[in-house]
Design a protein around this ligand. Structure first.
Ligand code: ADP
Length: 761
């Protein structure tokens, strides 16, 4: 474990200060686990206090309060929350409010280490015990346990069950037992680990404390199995909402996968992302191609040596590599909160896989996108792989693949489809965060007629040709082989002459995916009309046909991004990110252990210059004020002075517009006359930089659409073109797209006007 932690931690003080209703921990007598862990359950208000003081969070996420309540009262529970739902806090916060040390069983060493790093950065005494520790470190942790210094101990199942360890733990006061990734205990789950079965012994060894199981993926049967296997006593089964509103889903047929992946990475310069491919070979190729493009991409798959896999994973977690290109082998135990996009460059084999893998985006609750690019070839690959298995397994895998395919070809809201697949009701009208709801799907207006035209052509070609050839005949191609065969004489020749052959090919694939056409199994992939296809020709059923999105069409970057950036100074945000990276490197921890993106965004919004104001930042607890307030508030003060930005703002509650400062409206009449920033500054006797801020308020407040009084025409054109390409919600991608040092102030003016014109936020 890393030795370069933040200085001495002070959890004992936090603990005593926080729990007014419970007595301070005894120092004269070593507590034993046969005593009740909490004679009087602590006041639940202590949880909210811990959340605020230790983590800097203002409110609970859905189900957290209920789950924490169970822990405080020592009642067993099984808690199911989606990835990023905040499971860890469900046991970490109560652990601080209870006497003794929480025992957290976790299967992955890397995950343990990250969680312990993050806890210690927040001033919580935590440690881990696993096979990666050197003997002297293990001894040190043992001493801490014996002295009752730890509030949380993370431990691997093998270590916990090795001789003497349970006996040793039974001699100290244990406050609760938490089992992370609990689906590993069930043979019906997707990641069964036999050693987890033996954890049943915990229920008997710690009879007076609650045992709690946490997982992101568990069907009803798996939940019951977890409870039964652990021997839980009358457990509460708590299932949180599965929807992840901050994730935006897009599904597209693959045209050129690499180009499509690059479109996504281009939208996220300098941000972390995961690209999933089906095969190891594709992983290697994609990682190499992205690296050739100057992106820091590393491969990850089961064919690499353990050492290389760890190195690449570590580089990703520490932001030394921005992109990890991986097979499904990657992800379990990665709780990096700031993954801004997950791309599937190929169809996953099930919706369970898709949900879990794409769910690794946006754990911090900030907007993130999940893109799926797929083609008929992926289905073929999976069917071949599934064909090697037998009996029930094969049947189940084929059913899972069909559900995945139906999701990819459907035109219902992606959030709704996922939530309903996992057995929860969908109650919202629109998610506002998927390609279907944001209307970025180009649905063909008359799919029946189009489908009939295509199937007629297949019939006229006597069902003897493949998709490519058929598409070219429909497009009216002058290719020699078509003319030689006399197919230019067919009544369907050139019937879709206004459409590109690639688009026609896409429709043929969709018709095949929806069962109206079948393809021969040989290399020619000859098209044949199925019985369902004949019904289509008779007009009894209609297909759903999508067109490839037009360039520059509205992308699902949507409102949530603009919300996250509301009031944030983008230049300051980048400045703080750089500062965070330096601090993280100096302390040898991942950047998010210092501060998450949500905290940095809030800093760049509030721009605090005092410790008190710093404590009000989301994600800043008391310990981080102690460790970082001087450094960060100093950097903020300096940056704001240099750039003429106001400090110590109190942002409006979410959803409400940013208030206009009292002094700004006096500048509005001048701006209405089209006067320049410098001129207005002179007239009002204010700094140019302050006046720039007034202009920003003026443009938002009056919903100005024309930037020409303040930015020259050529620059406006360039910035607007960038807005068309990368959207106008965030300024840094625009600047990145422009590829030069264009002044952020000019970008802000043009982007605000552009958004006002589009009726955006
Ligand atoms: P899970 O284990 O369920 O995937 P985590 O426990 O890793 O999720 O939490 C995901 C992220 O959300 C972490 O960065 C965590 O600090 C943050 N988080 C958890 N609870 C809250 C909360 N109540 N308010 C704000 N952020 C939270």
């Amino acid at each position: 474990m890393s030795q370069t932690f933040f200085g001495k931690v002070a959890v004992a003080n936090l603990y005593i200060g926080m729990i007014a209703t419970s007595p301070p921990p005894t120092t004269t007598r070593r507590p034993v686990s046969s005593e009740p862990a909490t004679p009087h359950p602590p006041d639940p208000a202590a949880l909210a206090d811990a959340l605020r003081r230790v983590w800097g969070y203002e409110s609970f996420r859905p189900l957290q309060k209920e789950a924490m309540g169970r822990v405080l009262h020592g009642r067993d529970s099984v808690v199911v929350l989606p990835t990023g739902g905040g499971k860890s806090l469900c046991f970490q916060a109560p652990a601080l409010c209870l006497h003794g040390m929480a025992l957290v069983v976790s299967p992955l060493i890397s995950l343990m280490k990250d969680q312990v790093d993050a806890l210690r950065a927040n001033g919580v005494e935590a440690a881990c015990l696993n096979s990666a520790l050197a003997p002297e470190e293990r001894r040190r942790v043992g001493d801490q346990i014996r002295r009752g210094e730890l509030k949380l101990l993370y431990i691997a199942p093998e270590r916990l069950l090795s001789p003497g360890v349970l006996d040793g733990l039974a001699r100290i006061r244990v406050s609760l037992v938490a089992i992370d990734e609990a689906h590993c205990i069930s043979a019906w789950g997707h990641d069964f680990r036999p050693e987890y079965r033996e954890l049943r012994v915990l229920r008997d060894r710690f009879p007076d404390v609650g045992v709690h199981a946490y997982t992101a993926t568990a069907t009803e049967a798996v939940r019951q199995d977890i409870a039964a296997q652990l021997g839980l006593r009358d457990p509460a089964i708590l299932v949180g909402p599965f929807d992840r509103p901050n994730l935006r889903y897009t599904v597209q047929r693959s045209r050129n996968r690499f180009a499509q992946v690059c479109e996504v990475t281009d939208r996220h310069p300098g941000e972390s992302g995961i690209v999933y491919c089906i095969s190891r070979r594709e992983v290697e190729r994609m990682a190499a191609a992205l690296s050739d493009r100057g992106l820091q991409a590393r491969p990850y798959h089961a064919g690499l040596s353990d050492e290389e896999r760890h190195r690449n994973q570590d580089a990703f977690i520490r932001d030394e590599a921005r992109i990890i290109v991986a097979t499904v082998a990657f992800g379990m135990g990665i709780d990096k909160p700031d993954v801004r996009y997950v791309v599937h460059a190929g169809l996953p084999k099930s919706l369970e896989n898709f949900q879990q893998e794409s769910g690794r985006a946006g754990r911090d609750g900030l907007p993130a996108e999940c893109c799926l690019f797929w083609g008929g070839g992926d289905l073929f690959t999976w069917r071949r792989i599934i064909g090697r298995s037998e009996g029930d397994a094969q049947e189940g895998a084929l059913r899972a693949l069909q559900a995945m395919e139906a999701f990819a070809t459907s035109v219902t809201c992606r959030h709704q489809a996922l939530v309903e697949h996992f057995g929860q009701a969908w109650t919202r009208a629109s998610c506002e965060a998927c390609d279907v709801c944001l209307d970025t799907l180009d649905l063909v207006a008359e799919p029946l007629i189009l489908g009939q035209k295509i199937l007629s052509c297949v019939a006229r070609l006597n069902q003897r040709f493949g998709a490519d050839y058929t598409a070219k005949v429909l497009a009216g191609s002058r290719e020699a082989r078509i003319l030689d065969a006399g197919h230019d004489q067919l009544s369907t020749y050139g019937l879709l002459g206004d459409d590109r052959p690639a688009a026609i090919r896409g429709w043929i694939e969709q018709l095949a995916d929806q069962g109206f056409l079948a393809r021969s199994d040989d290399e020619y992939k000859v098209l044949r009309i199925t019985p369902e296809g004949r019904r289509l020709l008779k007009g009894e059923v209609a297909p759903r046909l999508l067109q490839p999105p037009r360039r520059g069409a509205r992308r699902p970057r949507a409102a949530s991004d603009a919300d996250a950036m509301e009031g944030v100074d983008p230049g300051l945000f980048e400045h703080l990110r750089a500062l965070r990276a330096r601090e993280a490197a100096a302390r040898n921890v991942p950047a998010y252990v210092v501060f998450g993106d949500a905290a940095l965004l809030d800093m760049a919004r509030r721009r605090p210059t005092s410790p008190d104001a710093f404590l009000r930042v989301h994600g800043v607890g008391e310990r981080k004020v102690q460790d970082f307030s001087d450094l960060f508030t100093g950097a903020i003060r300096e940056y704001c002075q240099d750039h003429g930005i106001e400090t110590d703002e109190e942002p409006a509650p979410r959803g409400e517009p940013r208030p206009v400062p009292m002094t700004a409206p006096q500048a509005f009449p001048y701006f209405r006359e089209g006067r320049s920033v410098e001129e207005v500054a002179g007239r009002l006797g204010r700094a140019v930089s302050t006046t720039r801020g007034y202009l920003d308020h003026f443009i938002r407040h009056e919903r100005v659409t024309d930037p020409s009084p303040w930015v020259d025409a050529a620059t406006v054109t360039r910035i607007e073109r960038a807005c068309e390409e990368v959207g106008a919600d965030r300024l840094s991608p625009i600047r990145e797209f422009l590829g030069d040092e264009t002044d952020y102030n000019l970008i802000r003016i043009v982007a605000s006007c552009w958004r006002n014109r589009r009726g955006g936020p």
